[in-house]
Design a protein around this ligand. Structure first.
Ligand SMILES: *Cc1c(COP(=O)(O)O)cnc(C)c1O
Length: 412
């Protein structure tokens, strides 16, 4: 390990005292969310029998069905689909959209262009199996800075009522801010007052348990997220969730499995215990991720870098941006994060093409679960202004060690 730069040592001296207020706020949300989750375990009388699992068709998977009730309670929804048959967050978003949309329906995204991997799903990028290829019409309203463009959204909806209004909360690989729960609450009121049948679908990836309220609790209809992010706490080996109105969740389940079978099938294949344990640990792991992000933001700002969010901003998700404005520094930083990860620490990540993404991407992910980004990970597309998207850390201590070494590596 390299010697730590004097300037960095100096910044670190006061860091945790300066961050006391932020850390206290994070602890407070963690406590409230922990209570919510414990209550859901108690109310559903979780016991060892729920760790049992099924194979084959997966009929009568008592554990799986109860996990879905626990999730619904935690997320404030009528129902939930929590399944390891979902390959990823993108897969769950895909199944959700295909489950709800029919030919000639309109999908209106009101948070600008969705996450890169959805380009081929929607048909923004040509694909013979896209929503577009099935005759679904896609429209998009750009954000106005970091906020919804209420006027244009109203106009678009009044022109022709969309079946789905789509909101992506976390910024993905964009440079905008992530969208907090208050902004969602406001725009939901506007949309529902025009037509309350519009289904509001939220990509909730990276936002779970960061705030106290969920988008369902402010009136959206469906939320979707990955279990190798916040709610899986690094314990779930794969999967995703979809939660919301019962009839919509049921309709989506018919698409995930088989029309006529829906939620009744889908073997849990031994995953029930880790899904429950993951959810139980999630508030604490999200808290560790947030503290790692806040410390990173604080140090990098002191070193003169632009960061988003700033250390004392109210956070919506676990993602921390560092704007390097320098290709080599972005690469070096990601390589050092990899080098301070528990798995594949000796591997030197290089920028490369990734399925579903347009630019080359540098990706540090020394995680127990492949692609898990609730474990410390850092990536960024190789394009101006060379932004690192860092997220996760199973504990604050491991996060702190890694980011200090990574920052040190770009100071030499
Ligand atoms: C991570 C993420 C997804 C889903 O990504 P997968 O890698 O497919 O799980 C979708 N939207 C946003 C905003 C994300 O951060």
């Amino acid at each position: 390990m390299e010697a730590i730069n004097e300037k960095l040592i100096d910044i670190l001296k006061n860091s945790e005292t300066d961050l006391e207020e932020q850390f206290k706020k994070i602890d407070s949300v963690c406590e409230k969310n922990s209570l919510k989750i414990l209550n859901a375990f108690k109310n559903n009388q979780i016991s060892e029998i729920h760790f049992n699992s099924t194979t084959g068709y997966g009929y009568n998977d008592f554990g799986r069905d109860t996990i879905e009730k626990v999730y619904a309670e935690v997320l404030g929804s009528e129902d939930a689909l929590v399944r390891n048959q979902f390959i990823s967050g993108t897969h769950a978003l895909t199944v959700g959209l295909f489950g709800l949309l029919r030919p000639n329906d309109i999908m209106l995204s009101i948070s600008g262009k969705p996450y890169d991997t959805l380009d081929s799903v929607i048909g923004i990028k040509d694909n013979d199996s896209s929503l577009k290829s099935f005759g679904i019409i896609y429209k998009q309203v750009e954000l106005n800075g970091n906020d919804f463009d209420g006027g244009t959204i109203k106009e678009e909806i009044l022109k022709e009522i969309p079946k789905i209004v789509y909101i992506q909360r976390s910024k993905g690989y964009s440079t905008r801010k992530s969208i907090n729960i208050e902004k969602i609450e406001e725009i939901v009121k506007v949309i529902k007052s025009i037509n309350d049948k519009i289904i509001i679908v939220v990509d909730n990836c990276y936002c779970e348990l960061v705030e106290e309220k969920t988008p369902i609790e402010v009136g959206t209809d469906i939320i979707i997220g990955s279990l190798i992010k916040n709610l899986g706490a690094g314990i779930a080996s794969n999967g995703a969730y979809i939660a919301g109105k019962k009839y919509l969740v049921e309709q989506i389940a018919q698409r995930l499995t088989v029309p006529g079978q829906g939620k009744e099938v889908g073997p849990s294949l031994g995953a029930n215990k880790e899904l429950l344990k993951g959810l139980f640990m999630a508030p604490s792991v999200v808290s560790s991720s947030l503290k790692t992000a806040v410390l990173t933001s604080y140090i990098m700002e002191k070193l003169g870098y632009d960061v988003e969010p700033r250390f004392n901003d109210k956070r919506v998700d676990i993602v921390q941006n560092i704007i390097f404005r320098d290709k080599e520094k972005l690469i070096k930083y990601c390589q050092a994060i990899q080098n301070n990860s528990p798995i594949d620490s000796y591997v030197l990540p290089e920028p490369s093409d990734m399925p579903g993404y347009t630019d080359q991407i540098i990706m540090a992910s020394g995680s127990f679960t492949q692609g898990s980004s609730i474990e410390l990970s850092c990536d960024g597309p190789l394009r101006e202004p060379f932004i690192a998207y860092q997220q996760g850390s199973l504990t604050y201590e491991y996060g702190k060690i890694a980011i200090i070494n990574a920052i040190n590596s770009i100071l030499e």
